[in-house]
Design a protein around this ligand. Structure first.
Ligand SMILES: [Zn+2]
Length: 151
C-alpha cells in the first residue's frame, strides 16, 4: 500500500472538495469531487457530470481518471472523493473497476463534510477485479467454441 505524508493526504482532500464545486448534478443534486495523485507526482481532479439521459452520467472518479490518462498518467497512488455523506462517499462499483486498471493498490480517501477522512485501499473495496489478464486468456479461445462440459 502506498505511503503518503499528512500534507499530501490533506492536499488531496482539499483539492477534492474544490473540485466538487464544479460538479454538474442538476438531476440528483448530489455533488461529488475527486482528486487523484499519480505516481509521477501530478494531481488531477474531476467532478460528477450528469446528463438528461441519466445512464450517460459520469462519476467524479472517472472524470478524474480520464483527465489523468489523457495526460499520459498510467499509475495512480491515491484518490480522494468528496461528497456530503457523514460516512464519506465510497466509489461506486463501476469506478472501482475503472480505478483498478490504473493501480489496484491505490489509496481511497473518503472525505467527510466535517473535514475528516478515512483511508482504505482499492484492494479492500474490490478484491477481485476483472483484469487484462482475463482478456488475454479469452483471446486464446476461439469465440465460436463452447467450453468442454457445457451443454
Ligand atoms: Zn462511480
Amino acid at each position: 500500500m502506498p505511503r503518503l505524508d499528512d500534507a499530501q493526504l490533506e492536499s488531496l482532500v482539499s483539492r477534492a472538495w474544490e473540485a466538487r464545486l464544479n460538479a454538474y448534478a442538476p438531476y440528483s443534486q448530489f455533488h461529488v469531487g475527486a482528486a487523484l495523485l499519480t505516481a509521477d507526482g501530478r494531481v488531477f481532479t474531476g467532478a460528477n457530470v450528469e446528463n438528461a439521459s441519466l445512464g450517460l452520467s459520469m462519476c467524479a472518479e472517472r472524470v478524474a481518471i480520464g483527465a489523468a490518462a489523457a495526460a499520459g498518467a498510467r499509475s495512480v497512488v491515491a484518490i480522494a472523493v468528496a461528497g456530503v455523506d457523514d460516512n464519506g462517499v465510497f466509489p461506486c462499483g463501476g469506478c472501482r473497476q475503472v480505478l483498478s486498471e490504473f493501480s489496484p493498490s491505490m489509496l481511497i480517501l473518503r472525505c467527510r463534510p466535517d473535514g475528516t477522512y478515512s483511508i482504505t485501499s482499492l484492494e479492500q473495496l474490490l478484491s477481485s477485479p476483472f483484469t487484462g489478464e482475463s482478456v488475454e486468456k479469452g483471446k486464446k479461445t476461439q469465440s465460436e467454441s463452447i467450453p468442454a462440459g457445457v451443454s
